[in-house]
Write a protein that binds this ligand. Sequence first.
Ligand SMILES: NC(=O)c1ccc[n+]([C@@H]2O[C@H](COP(=O)([O-])OP(=O)(O)OC[C@H]3O[C@@H](n4cnc5c(N)ncnc54)[C@H](O)[C@@H]3O)[C@@H](O)[C@H]2O)c1
Length: 591
Amino acid sequence: MARQFSTVGVVGLGTMGAGIAEVFARTGLTVIAVDVDSDGLARGLGHLEHSTARAVERGKLDEAGKAELLGRISAGTSLDALAACDLVVEAVPERMDLKASVFAELDRICPPDTVFASNTSSLSITEIGVHTGRPGKVVGLHFFNPTQVLKLVEVIRSVVTEPDVVTDVVDLVQRLGKTPVVIGDRAGFIANALLFGYLNHAVRMYESRYATREDLDAAMRYGCGYPMGPLALLDLIGLDTAYEILDTMYHQSRNRLHAPAPVLKQMITAGLLGRKSGRGFYTYDAPDSSTVVPDVHTPVAASDAVPTREVRRVGVIGTGTMATGIVEVFAKRGYDVVLRARTVDKAEGAVAKVRKSLERAVSKGRMSEVDAAAVLARVTPVVEFDALSDCDLLVEAVAEDLEVKRSVFRALDEVCKPGAVLATTTSSLPVIECAAATARPGDVVGLHFFNPAQVMKLVEVVDTISTSADVVATARKVCLDLGKQPVHCGDRAGFIVNALLFPYLNDAVKMLEAHYADATDIDNAMKVGCGLPMGPFELLDVVGLDVSLAIERTLYLEFREAGFAPAPLLEHLVTAGRLGRKTGKGFRDYV
Ligand SMILES: NC(=O)c1ccc[n+]([C@@H]2O[C@H](COP(=O)([O-])OP(=O)(O)OC[C@H]3O[C@@H](n4cnc5c(N)ncnc54)[C@H](O)[C@@H]3O)[C@@H](O)[C@H]2O)c1
């Protein structure tokens, strides 16, 4: 007969334990919480009080409901209080020695039928199990932070976990209103195995001053629609916890991408643990607060210290999706735009695309017919490069082929007026190669818009070792004027977004290839556990497997990181012509 869990123990009332206790109590279970000492307990109870008070403020709970919920939780500092529990969930810090000693003691205290669960993010459930006399009754129960909000719970079974224990725990997770996914015992399970390589990579970018913390976070929020940027997320997770997770993953995978970035250790040693200590990558107004306050690293509002160049007339070179999107963005904002195509036909076709997009906006009531006509009137199609001679800013958006781009830059160099800013929208080629094709490399900058340009707010402003400071400042100012979110980065393959995104997508393919979980479970884990707008396989099918493979190859060739080498499965799918949605088949089949 299935177990009915009614009294649950929670050991460790920290970031996770307090949230887990609340979720159980909310579902009507009796909770007995234990922390190591009175300080830990006071802090844990403070978390509970704070979190339930916020639920009342937001109208999700009334005062009586709050009192009832908290009334179901009793708390103390002795594990002996857990003798009557049907299930104990451990959420102490991520160290095997600590978890082992907690479970060894629980094993003596609790009856043999009590199920033991660890909320570990990365440690081996099998190893935790052998520290008890009941390895068959030990599972992983991996909640996500914030526990009250995120629905995913990874249920980890070891090779000896009894099947009925897994079934009963899965039932309980469903009773909590959460989404369980059952998986085997591997460091990082699904979500963290994919997430932490990405987080660590972001830390390395920060450490090497490739981009600021604000720009790294903005890039992933505005470029990928992530709910939080990687550094803000690390502050939420806790840097000490993140370090331990990475360290465990590295020892299992020996993948250098999992080796914790050195700055993490330095920050932990200095007591910067993230939100819980009031300071991590960002500074918060108090420990456990989510309110960021300015500190010495906060960028001062772009002052006029660096002069900018005046931009009124913009030339866009190209007729594809990006070019026409960018033409529309500039023309809508009131810039005069010269659209340069190779032939009259292509020029007319490109203007027609802009017209169609504007007509769609009119039909949806987002723009008046008069305004749409005015926008279109600002666009002048041309075929001669000479016609770009009076433009202040030139945006090249031709095919992603270095020789084609370099020939455009040579032509621009001949005709453009002195002082014009020359920008490339390349997403993977070195901007310096375009700059070197001109006699004015100081005027060349990368302006990496995202598709669809009319919608996506992010623009990566890429400066090369030659770009003048006022050119970068001008590019940034123009982006802000367009209502975009500019982020600043150096001239490396993938810039910020693609360099962080594609290795993660590649890791997901490798996980699928290793038969650890199927595409649906992996997609769900990332959406439900991490709040990402799309799962990795959904995204790969949308982007196109051929495009993704090309980006992964570029990253691999630039950084020579073994972990960036494209997964063979991706190569095989591309070879077989399964390119994603555009061919009707990719990781999934589409009708
Ligand atoms: N932080 C996250 O985002 C996250 C997400 C999922 C899982 N986890 C995992 O949850 C576990 C807890 O992490 P956390 O972030 O909540 O850590 P935390 O540092 O916020 O909390 C740990 C708590 O355990 C208490 N504690 C320490 N030793 C103890 C002992 N011997 N007995 C009882 N209590 C003890 C501490 O006083 C503290 O209250 C770790 O295994 C971690 O990997 C963390």
